[in-house]
Write a protein that binds this ligand. Structure first.
Ligand SMILES: [Zn+2]
Length: 139
């Protein structure tokens, strides 16, 4: 996760850079809600096929983001790389911080911010579409 955030941060002004708590939590995100810490959770999500999700907390009125929690399904088979019937954890860990930065999904299928990640796929390198969306938001 630190590597993924570092790669996003390389394209951001210093005051907008991501930071994270390196601990991973096995408890459900839903048991905790907001605690003013950016956390990463592993969560068994029942029948939900979603690989990962991102939950934000904003200050009411100002709209300033003060917390972003990422939840990765512990029901899925993750792999560092690519294999049939497994999902690339580095690809998902690169995608979710894009949402923390306010980016939506890309229609460019090789972009990190493409909405789906098939098995046996690595999508870790920020592409021009990802960087263009980032520049449009923070320039
Ligand atoms: Zn997404």
């Amino acid at each position: 996760m630190r590597q993924a955030m570092s790669e996003w941060n390389a394209h951001l002004p210093e005051y907008r850079r991501l930071c994270c708590n390196p601990q991973t939590h096995n408890q459900s995100y839903y048991e905790y809600g907001s605690d003013f810490q950016n956390r990463i959770y592993k969560h068994p999500d029942g029948d939900d096929p979603t690989l990962a999700a991102n939950y934000w907390h904003f200050w009411t009125g100002t709209g300033v983001l003060y917390e972003s929690n990422m939840v990765f399904s512990s029901r899925q088979k993750w792999i560092n790389g690519a294999a049939a019937d497994a999902f690339g954890i580095k690809s998902a860990m690169k995608h979710e911080p894009g949402h923390t930065l306010g980016l939506g999904h890309s229609s460019f299928w090789i972009a990190v911010m493409f909405p789906t990640l098939p098995d046996n796929t690595v999508r870790c390198d920020l592409k021009s579409d990802d960087l263009g969306a980032l520049a449009a938001r923070y320039s």
